[in-house]
Design a protein around this ligand. Structure first.
Ligand code: ADP
Ligand code: 5GP
Length: 212
């Protein structure tokens, strides 16, 4: 995958931390820079969610066919449902120079990092546990049982935080969005992501020095 152009970026974090909200705002503010990968899932749409916008909502059979046909970059099970990243769109957008954002949970994030080691991993957390619970309840989209399952899952996800490159504390939304944007902008200046540019300028300088 050509990461000389776009940077493959994973945003993970506890359910209710504000990942979706951050990513939506990031795309509104900087539409030229970023492309959001739309995942496939077997979970039911929440009120207001549309097929092809928030997710591609698929049956279990259809999802398993996508797995068989190698159409997914990664997939995982999260609280009894499948979630996965369709491969083609991510590859196209990276090649077009966009930083592609995958908003995925931790198992998927680690699989992506293993396959593509130059993936940038960001982990989003609210400022406290109490605020996490407040946001998850306040969103009003899950039953108390599902909220409980998601908070228990958050406890497991805590174990994997050290694998991530940056911890983003989502306290004030706009500040948080700007922080994510600056991390990505800085990431583009890393020497390891500039190999092509460095090679070109080295060749030009060598040619000059040789008098060509
Ligand atoms: P996630 O995608 O991580 O599950 P959401 O983006 O759905 O989380 O956010 C969960 C709830 O928290 C939503 O109701 C959202 O409006 C709210 N929220 C997100 N970010 C903030 C913030 N910085 N301050 C207060 N509430 C927030
Ligand atoms: P939700 O049901 O709240 O939309 O998402 C549940 C969890 O699944 C979140 O942590 C979200 O980041 C994750 N998720 C969404 N899409 C994908 C995906 O394509 N792959 C993986 N591994 N996780 C995903």
């Amino acid at each position: 995958m050509n990461t000389q152009t776009g940077i493959l970026t994973v945003i993970s974090g506890f359910s209710g931390a504000g990942k979706g909200t951050i990513v939506k705002r990031l795309l509104e503010k900087y539409p030229q820079n970023y492309a959001l990968s739309i995942s496939a899932t077997t979970r039911a749409p929440r009120p207001g969610e549309q097929d092809g916008r928030e997710y591609f909502f698929r049956s279990v059979d259809c999802f398993e066919k996508m797995i068989e046909e190698d159409e997914l970059l990664e997939y995982a099970k999260y609280v009894s449902n499948y979630y996965g990243t369709p491969k083609a769109y991510v590859q196209e957008q990276l090649a077009a120079g966009k930083d592609v954002i995958l908003e995925i949970e931790i198992q998927g994030a680690l699989k992506i990092k293993e396959k593509y080691p130059d993936t940038l991993l960001l982990f989003v957390t609210p400022p406290s546990f109490e605020e996490l619970e407040r946001r998850l309840v306040g969103r009003g989209t899950e039953t108390p049982e599902v909220i409980h399952e998601r908070l228990c899952r958050a406890d497991e996800e805590c174990m994997g935080i050290e694998a991530y490159d940056y911890l983003i504390v989502n306290d004030e939304l706009e500040a948080c969005v700007d922080q994510v944007h600056s991390i990505l902008q800085n990431e583009h200046t890393k020497i390891s992501r500039k190999e092509l540019f460095i090679m070109e300028i080295k060749t030009a300088l060598t040619n000059y020095a040789k008098g060509e």
